[in-house]
Write a new protein. Structure first.
Length: 288
């Protein structure tokens, strides 16, 4: 705990908690739409933006935001028009984004260490300016996801019904795409573009094991995201491991624990349930 007396560890913890809260709040809509891997695709496009920023001597994060938004909107437009499946669009972003990022970083004067910081995160290097941006954007994402929950749920659950109900379906779909891009870019310095999708999806998958309604699942997922983020930073500080990897592994460990406990509970309930007496055959006479 002594490490948390230092400002850089305090910034790392606050940044991780903000992302741990915001990522599942958005991720539940992506899971509902079966686009759980969109974070990876957008993250790879953001990596191309990082490479372009380093090559042009511009802010890598700002260029990554623009690139990620363009990539996310492109995925949504392709999916909406139906000419290419969502999986194929994501695959194109996967391969093109990572290849473009590696190539542009190689053309720049930056070292591999700079690329690794964006690939796998570097929580302990977050500055006060970075933390302010993460806190403001993370809070905005969380508020929007909570405030528009009924409309976003309707769009993600049944798009045709939402359109008939008069909801601005295209605008809401683009809103989800843009907020996904922003979430990925603010999380780059925390857990890295290769791991942010896990923080969006795994807490939601864990919450679905023990909850039934959408609201309760969202609340539980956000709580689990906070637990994984805070616990991951604590583990990293005491065991000297990579913070981003520690956060994701703790989230996965939580999923495994809940899944195993849930399976064990269901088996125990079956064993405790009374066995129903077999119904008498039609020709049998039951004596009282």
């Amino acid at each position: 705990m002594e490490l948390f007396q230092y400002p850089y560890m305090q910034r790392a913890l606050i940044g991780a908690l903000v992302i741990g809260l915001a990522a599942p709040a958005l991720g539940i809509y992506l899971v509902q739409r079966r686009l759980a891997l969109i974070g990876d695709g957008v993250g790879h496009v953001a990596l191309t933006g990082v490479g372009a920023g380093l090559l042009l001597n511009r802010s890598p994060v700002l260029v990554a935001v623009v690139a990620a938004i363009i990539g996310a909107v492109a995925i949504e437009l392709v999916r909406a028009r139906g000419r290419t499946s969502g999986d194929l669009a994501l695959a194109l972003l996967f391969y093109g984004g990572i290849a473009g990022g590696v190539m542009l970083v190689g053309l720049s004067d930056s070292t591999n260490a700079n690329l690794n910081a964006y690939l796998f995160g570097s929580l302990t290097t977050i500055s006060s300016t970075d933390l302010t941006a993460i806190a403001v954007l993370g809070a905005a994402i969380t508020v929007v996801m909570l405030a528009l929950r009924p409309a976003l749920f309707a769009v993600c659950h049944d798009e045709e019904y939402a359109r008939v109900s008069g909801l601005p379906v295209r605008t809401l779909n683009l809103l989800i795409a843009v907020t996904t891009a922003v979430t990925v870019t603010i999380a780059m310095r925390a857990v890295g573009v290769l791991l942010i999708s896990a923080l969006m999806v795994v807490p939601v998958a864990t919450a679905q094991q023990v909850t039934r309604g959408f609201r309760s699942t969202m609340t539980a997922a956000m709580a689990l995201g906070l637990f994984a983020a805070g616990g991951g930073v604590f583990v990293a500080a005491n065991v000297d491991t990579a913070p981003g990897a520690s956060v994701v592994l703790l989230a996965i460990a939580s999923f495994l624990v809940v899944a195993v406990a849930g399976a064990a509970w269901r088996v125990l309930r079956r064993r405790r349930a009374p066995v129903a007496a077999p119904a008498p055959e039609p020709h049998e006479v039951v004596l009282r």
